[in-house]
Design a protein around this ligand. Structure first.
Ligand code: HEM
Length: 142
C-alpha cells in the first residue's frame, strides 16, 4: 500500500520531532526483536546482543540512517536501497518476515515514546512507511 501525501507528512513530522534520537529508538527496536522473536538472533550472531551494548547501539544508528535515506527517497526506494537489499537478501539471507517483525518492534517503540503523537492515522502512516521499506529490502534487485 503506497503512502498518501498525508501519511508522508505525518511520518516526516515524527522524524523531525525525533531529530538525532532516531537511533535510540531503532536500537530499542533491535533489542525488542531479538528478545521477543529469538529466531532472529541467528542473523546477528557476530554482535553482542545484550541490551544497550555498544554494538547494538552502533547497529541501531545504521538502521536509523538507512530509514532516513528511505524517507528521502519514497518514490525510488528500490534504487535507493538496492545495496542494502542485496546485503539482506543475497548475503545475509534474511527471511522476509523478519523485516515485518522489525517494523512491528519499531512501531511499538515509537508508540511507547510518543504516545501523544500516535493517533490511528500516525499508526497507519508508519505502518505503510515501514512496509514499503521492508518490501524494498526483501526484494532482491537485478
Ligand atoms: C546490516 C538496515 C532489517 C539483519 C544492516 C545495515 C543497515 C541495515 C544500514 C548496515 C549495512 C552496512 O554496514 O553496510 C536495515 C533496515 C532494516 C533492516 C533499514 C529494516 C527496517 C534487518 C532485519 C534483520 C537484519 C529484519 C534480521 C532479522 C542485519 C544484519 C546486518 C545488517 C545481520 C549485518 C550486521 C553486522 O554484522 O554488522 N542493516 N536492516 N536487518 N542487518 Fe539490517
Amino acid at each position: 500500500m503506497a503512502l498518501s501525501a498525508g501519511d508522508e507528512a505525518l511520518v516526516r513530522a515524527l522524524w523531525r520531532k525525533m531529530g538525532s534520537n532516531v537511533g535510540v529508538y531503532t536500537t530499542e527496536a533491535l533489542e525488542r526483536i531479538v528478545l521477543a522473536f529469538p529466531s532472529t538472533r541467528i542473523y546477528f550472531a557476530p554482535l553482542d546482543l545484550s541490551p544497550g551494548s555498544m554494538q547494538l547501539r552502533a547497529h541501531g544508528k545504521k538502521v536509523a540512517a538507512a530509514l532516513s535515506v528511505a524517507l528521502g527517497h519514497l518514490d525510488d526506494l528500490p534504487d535507493a536501497l538496492s545495496a542494502l537489499s542485496d546485503l539482506h537478501t543475497r548475503q545475509l539471507r534474511v527471511d522476509p518476515t523478519s523485516f515485518q517483525l522489525l517494523g512491528h518492534c519499531l512501531l511499538l517503540t515509537l508508540a511507547r515514546h510518543y504516545p501523544g503523537d500516535f493517533s490511528p492515522a500516525m499508526h497507519r502512516a508508519l505502518h505503510r512507511f515501514l512496509t514499503h521499506v521492508a518490501w524494498a529490502l526483501a526484494s532482491p534487485c537485478g
